[in-house]
Design a protein around this ligand. Structure first.
Ligand SMILES: [Zn+2]
Length: 120
């Protein structure tokens, strides 16, 4: 089951002012913060990028702290994956108007930030 999720938010990247490129001494380069898109990725993508960064950093560090962080990152990934599955599963039933699955969908999305939430 594939979740229907937007790949990016509609927030313009503050680093490149939505242009997708930054000027460097070597000339224009793809903006490192938005990957050249000009828009910030969704919170889910940002979380994944940050987890990868942490993994890379602590892999090279090694030792007990490195192992602890690797374990934490894998636990966060497992929980994140479970929430994505819950969101996807609740989506279909919530679309049919079931209040409990609508609540489950809302709670999972609140943590994941997959969809912008319209607050009353
Ligand atoms: Zn940017």
């Amino acid at each position: 089951m594939k979740a229907r999720m937007p790949a990016s938010s509609n927030l313009a990247c503050a680093t490149c002012y939505g242009q997708g490129v930054t000027n460097t001494e070597q000339g224009p380069l793809a903006c490192p913060d938005c990957g050249g898109e000009g828009k910030l990725p969704s919170p889910m993508v940002l979380t994944d990028w940050r987890l990868r960064e942490l993994e890379r950093h602590y892999q090279t560090l090694g030792g007990e702290t490195g192992q602890d962080v690797q374990w934490l990152v894998s636990e966060v990934r497992r929980a994140h994956h479970a929430l994505v599955q819950i969101l996807a599963a609740s989506q279909e039933a919530a679309d049919d108007g079931d209040p409990i699955t609508s609540k489950i969908k809302f709670l999972a999305n609140d943590v994941l930030g997959a969809y912008p939430v319209k607050r009353a």
